[in-house]
Design a protein. Structure first.
Length: 160
């Protein structure tokens, strides 16, 4: 049975740097390997890391999505709040199977490697594509968006 992630009491995370997000990813992976990871959502750690890596990659390669203009207008007005406060749990992209992209099953090690590589790239290199909703972003805004996205999804994985 699928979990309604908008209703889950998840842990609170706040990353100021890419290094902090990567350290938490390593902590989650270590807990998973030791059998001490509690999952509050629907995805495996490999899927979470793979999903996050996919969306970082879209910053460089573009995204296959074409959202309706009204969605762009509404979300663009919320950009600063989302970059500062975080992303909502349980949001789904309309007309996309599963509500988002990049959630295919993936091993922990493959997902973690992809996530680390993508996050290290965005830390050192400014993306070249505009965001599918927000349009052009500064390098710092791109990093903030990836940190908020990481906070959201990693908050469903609890090392014990």
């Amino acid at each position: 049975m699928s979990v309604d992630t908008s209703k889950v009491q998840r842990r609170s995370l706040r990353f100021e740097t890419i290094a902090q997000a990567l350290a938490e990813a390593d902590r989650i992976a270590a807990a998973e390997r030791a059998g001490r990871l509690k999952r509050l959502g629907n995805w495996t750690p490999g899927q979470v890391f793979g999903h996050l890596a996919t969306w970082v990659t879209f910053a460089f390669d573009g995204t296959p999505l074409t959202p309706p203009w009204i969605i762009k207008v509404i979300l663009k007005m919320q950009k600063n709040r989302l970059l500062k406060r975080g992303l909502p749990a349980g949001a789904k992209i309309p007309d996309v199977p599963g509500g988002t992209l990049g959630t295919e099953p993936m091993s922990l090690d493959e997902g973690l490697a992809r996530y680390k590589s993508a996050m290290q790239r965005i830390d050192r290199e400014a993306p070249t594509k505009p965001h599918v909703i927000f349009g052009p972003l500064t390098h710092e805004e791109w990093k903030q968006l990836q940190l908020r996205h990481s906070e959201l999804h990693l908050s469903f994985l609890v090392p014990e």
